[in-house]
Design a protein around this ligand. Sequence first.
Ligand SMILES: [Zn+2]
Length: 311
Amino acid sequence: MKFIFCALALIAQIASAGLQKYSSLVVADANPTATVPPNAIRVTYLGVNGFQFEAGGHVLLVDPYFTRVGLWSAALNQPIQSDANRVGEGLRHVRPRADALLVTHAHFDHLLDAPEIMRRTYARLVAGPTEIRLVESFGISPNKCQIVEQGSVRKVGRWTIRAFATQHDRLFGKVPFDQCPPAPREREKPPVKASDWCVGEPLAFVIEAAGKRIYIDSGGVPGAPPDPRIKDVDLAILGVALPDSRERFGEAVRQLRPRYILPSHQDDMFGPVDHGFVFGKMTNFPALLSQSRNLPGRLVLLDYFQPWTLR
Ligand SMILES: [Zn+2]
């Protein structure tokens, strides 16, 4: 595991840039504080794979993560923890209350801040069993958590949430932190090191509200497109952090036939959020862009904390 992250750290030396070059693809509302119209969902990008969705006065969060653990802490598998100040800063861009928090898997860049955000936004957690076990180890009540798995359907507030099993991308041939210990008999101890945030059960979600359907995952592997029952979505949010997920990007988009395609998880998750959007060192947006010319749907980009209404 150390090898994987040391290799990642080496790659991190390569310089990257932000969204300026692609400003024609970036969408944002002219009036970000206007009321969300009926039949629309407002989408706010929170960095990494984090999103806020708003419809009819209801709020849903997916993978919100503001702590931004440093590269070396992750690479050297150091003890890591949620940073209350950074979470507080991030939540300034989010509604004070959320119906639910959805988590695609248990890695720290998706789940580390979930307990703190649940306490502050009163959101309930909708996630797989490992994710829920880890969050409950921080003293979150089980009745604030709903386990989902392949095929589960949950209604929370205005939202209908469908969960689908998916596969996590590999980093140099291996899913990072793929060993989750069995559930202990006594109460679980809270995770300490980066590797304690093991992958869990990777999920994709289809989220419906206000007559719109959004598909979201955090990546995938080639040869495993989204469930064939999911198609004709309004917005497909596809994680593209690693080569595996870029390779399956085309097949995923052809399956989903979205009106809009939003590549996600392609910013530098180790850099502080106040440095603005910087592409991650292992991403290759130019390659995605050239692929997208032969795909259905319009490719868009979102900048941090700039809401965009999906109509
Ligand atoms: Zn992950």
